[in-house]
Design a protein around this ligand. Sequence first.
Ligand code: ATP
Ligand code: MG
Length: 452
Amino acid sequence: MTWAPLLRLKEALGPQAELVIVGGAVRDELLGRPHADWDLATRMLPQTVMERARAAGLKVIPTGLQHGTVTVILEDRPVEVTTFRSDGDYLDGRRPESVRLGVDLAEDLSRRDFTINAMALPVGGGDLVDPFGGRTDLTARVIRAVGDPLQRFAEDGLRPLRACRFASQLGFEVAPATVEAIPFRLEVARKVSVERVFTELDKLLGGAEPERGLGLLADTGLLDLWLPELRPMIGCGQNRHHRHDVWNHTLAVLRGVPADSGLRWAALLHDAGKPGVRSSGPDGEVHFHGHEARSLELAEAILDRLKASHALRRDVAALIRHHGTHPTEAWSDAACRRFLRRLAEDGLHLTRWATFRLADQRGKGLELDARLAAHEVLTARLAALALSGPPLSVSDLALDGKALLALADRPGGPWLGELQRHLLEVVIDDPDLNSPETLTRLVRQRFEEGRR
Ligand code: ATP
Ligand code: MG
């Protein structure tokens, strides 16, 4: 079960080090789940870890000596080695005031958040160290706080969100006492930095069962701390195109798109604007006029507040902006190309748009065979048109700006951009016209008309 290079480190540190694998790596190894990193713990003090590892020719970085952590590079991979420690008092609901190094393993495990994260496995073999029944909870698929959840959530306000995140990633239940403690500790959770909140929310959305994690956020009140705009979606009834209310439709779309950050955030936010624009017509039918624009506004405000990256914000905005476009068979090829141009302008790849739209359609939860078949046909048609490489931006024109200036024989100015946009419209209507000769003829014609 142990990764072979860890044995080299164990040898370098010697038997007194009591080197163990801890935390997420143990949990994921027992689940047979891939994990990105190995977290190690040792009785040895960080200074000694550094000296012995270096003496054995290993590269070591003193990443967080005050917390007892050094990073050892094993086969080009960074591995964190942390000295067994206990946390001092938590005064601000975020971090312990101090840490104490040199405690024993049991005490180190007792500071960890959930039983499934509080096990240790000796490097090189030996029995699992599992003082809180983590293995049983892993088998029963339960997330349970180590110790008294009310106290553990009072120490660190991030833990309730981590519980929801693990529920989503692992598809586990949260133990009743653990989940029931969360509403009593919202004021502590509120103090967590936005960066840590975003990281956890992003992992929650990327999980195997994001709807489970979001359901927990909604039930416990955590949703209202960080995503209050989403609360009105719950119970917001829709129309004959939908089986579900806006919230449950959103959860279905979330589940339906691949676990990619942009797609998942867009799924979460794409209909957030609906409750605010809901109206019913004279026929009693419910409408959501302009909901894409309103959702876009909300999404931008939320992602800005959560300090999401610009790349993510752009991606989500593009997906939301175009999710309400429904090309039909009646569209001309030129109309399809104009749509491709709008996607290209927003940096949105056709397959991403199609993936998102498919999940959105499926998420309506109605008899969909005809609609899904139409989606397939249209996507295939758009893909074929895109594949033929039609001109979609002025940079695709067969005559570049310099050539147009030479043809016009006059200084540049706003007329140039206008001319390029005109030519683009012409060649989007008929891409066969996009040759230097034809464009030259068209430009000359236009100048002559202008003179008359
Ligand atoms: P992953 O790395 O897959 O996101 P993980 O469980 O390894 O999950 P990390 O944030 O890497 O999570 O933390 C490593 C370990 O440190 C956890 O398994 C847990 O034992 C402990 N831990 C992390 N954050 C906290 C916390 N806020 N409170 C208590 N223990 C924590
Ligand atoms: Mg980890």
